[in-house]
Each structure stands twice: as structure tokens, then as C-alpha cells.
Design a protein around this ligand. Sequence first.
Ligand SMILES: [Zn+2]
Length: 298
Amino acid sequence: MFGYFDLLHEVQLFCKNGIETGIVGESTLGQQIPYIFVGNKNGNRMIVQGAIHAREHLTALLVVGLAKHLVKNSHLRMDGGIYFVPMTNPDGVRICQEGVGWIADKGVRANLVAMNGGRDFSLWKANAQGVDVNVNFDAKWSKGKHNTFCKGAQNYVGKHPFSTAEARCLAEFTERLKPCVTLSYHLKGEEIYWEFGQKGHRKFADERYANAIAKYTGYKVVGAGGSVGGYKDWCIQKLKIPSFTIEVGNDKYAHPFPYSLYSTILQQNVDLPRRLLNSVVEERNTIKSLGWEDVLNG
Ligand SMILES: [Zn+2]
């Protein structure tokens, strides 16, 4: 299993090799959420994030693997740079992997055990408040098919949008960087989600990217579905940029998902961030050179 301290160790190695690393913000329990930056600082930006859902911690290892691939292949053309945020929900990942023994506050520990209905947290998805961070964003918040309104291991939307430190700091980080595209890694299903009410050219373009991702990864493109309030939804609706959720991992395996499939998953996605960034930048530049921003992005 890939844990929070493994991540900190990996980030340190990037840093030692002269790669920029930093902090997106702090989790509910005050743990730092690191990022790794690879590429050209002056160009367009992309954000790739993983493990916003605790039990999907394999995606943190995946995001680290994708960053490593780019470092090793720095000769490949990249129109900008990529911020990799491997573990958006470090408290949740630790709870899922270690239980609650590491948490200092007795009350928090007791609450978590009560919400979870026991001490086996291996299927935990939420943060340390029992809020599902990926339904806590301000985009049709609380209107989702699977949303729940009490604290628990998954699907609880929180008291209001951005009630979690994790969603807040990822949103602030994103607003500050103004990426032209974002990619979120989840587990499992081998599916690509891209749609959240885009119209006209944006819909056409984003669906085309989704189809290209499907071709590259071998996963299938899925329509809007009933999910709302996620990071991708917020990026599409509020920032008006293409944003994708990729569910890696074959659905025939149950959670906790076997790490033996990691290298297959890495291979399926290995050069995807760079390709996606380049394509989005190329299209942006074309529209700009034609002077059609108002028509095509309206
Ligand atoms: Zn997920």
C-alpha cells in the first residue's frame, strides 16, 4: 500500500533532484497536501490530482508515477507545465490505512468509529469529518443522485459547499494557477467522465478529448450520470475549462483494490497528462489566432 509518509518521501526525492515541490494547503487535521511541478513555468498549466477519495489511495501512487514518467522523459514536447497533487485527502487515506489510532483528539477518534460503525476503515472514502470531499464543491452542490445528508464513510455532502479544508484548498490552488485543463484520478471502473452542462463548441471539444482519452487508455466514455459537486464539475462550471475524471482499475476487482494491478494502470495512463495538455493548448492557440474566442467559448 502507498501511504501518506510514502508520498512525503517521494516528494522529498523529487525535491532533491531539483524538481519544484510545494504545498497546496492543509487538511482538516493539519497535514500538508503536497504538489510536484514538472515542466515549463511560463506556459499553460494543468492540474492532475488523485486520492480525493481515501480508499482510492492507489491513485496517489499513480499520480506520482505519472510525474516521474515526465521527469524521465523531459525531452518530449510539453506546452507548459503540470502540477501533480497525488493525495488531496491525506487524513482520509491515513484513516483508511491505519485506522484512527494516530489521531490525537479522542473526540474525533470516537466520532469516526461511530460514523464508520466499527474499526475497520478499509472502505473509508471521506475526510476526517465524515464528509465526502468530492461532493463538497460548489457545483450543483447537494443535488446528486447518491448524496447523503449525514456524516459517514462516503457520499455526505457536508454542511455547505467548501465546508472541508481539502475542497477549499484545492479550489483556491486551482483559482490561483488558472489551469487550462484538469484531470482527476479515481478508482475504479475504467471509465471517463467529461460532461457537466457544457454547450456548443465546448461540449464538442470536451467530448472529443474524452474520446481521445478512451482511445489512449482503453477505458470507456460515460455520460453525465447523476454525480454533482465534484472537483471536475466545479472546474467545468465555474472555471469553464475542460476537466476529466478517470476511474482507473477494472471493476471486476473489489475494494480494497489490489496493488498488483498498479503497473498495468500506470501503463494505460503513462503519457496521458502531457498529451492532454498539449492538445488543449493547441486548440486554445488556434481559437486565439482566429480571434474566435467569443464565438467558440460563449
Ligand atoms: Zn472516487
